[in-house]
Design a binder for this molecule. Structure first.
Ligand code: FES
Length: 107
C-alpha cells in the first residue's frame, strides 16, 4: 500500500530523492522549488537528466518535451523554508525516501 512520506532536502545541495525504485528531482521555476517524478510519461525515461529550453523539459531518451508548468503542477507536495525543502513522496509502507545530490549540472 502506497502512502506519502516526508523527506527533507538541503537545497540546493540535495537535488534528487530516491523513494523505492522511483526517482524524483528538484526543478527551480521562478522562486519556487518543485519536486517532480523523474519517470517520463512516454516510456519511463529519466526526465531528471533532461534539459529545459523555452519552458519545456526535453527527455533524453526519445526527445519528447513536456511543458514545465504542467510538470510542476503535477509535482509532489513540497514546501520551501530557506535552504530546506520538505517534500512528501509516495512510498510503499516499508520504504524510506532518501534525499541526495546525484544531479550534476554543467556550467
Ligand atoms: S521515454 Fe521520454 S521521450 Fe521516450
Amino acid at each position: 500500500m502506497s502512502r506519502l512520506r516526508r523527506v527533507e532536502l538541503h537545497w540546493p545541495t540535495d537535488n534528487t530523492v530516491l523513494a523505492g525504485e522511483e526517482n524524483y528531482f528538484t526543478l527551480l521555476r521562478g522562486d519556487t522549488v518543485h519536486v517532480l517524478a523523474s519517470r517520463c510519461p512516454h516510456r519511463g525515461g529519466p526526465l531528471r537528466l533532461g534539459a529545459v529550453q523555452d519552458g519545456r523539459l526535453r527527455c533524453p531518451w526519445h526527445g519528447n518535451s513536456f511543458r514545465v508548468d504542467r510538470l510542476c503542477a503535477r509535482g509532489v507536495p513540497a514546501i520551501q523554508r530557506g535552504d530546506r525543502v520538505i517534500a512528501y513522496v509516495p512510498v510503499e509502507d516499508q520504504e524510506t525516501p532518501v534525499a541526495s545530490n546525484t544531479l550534476i549540472f554543467a556550467e
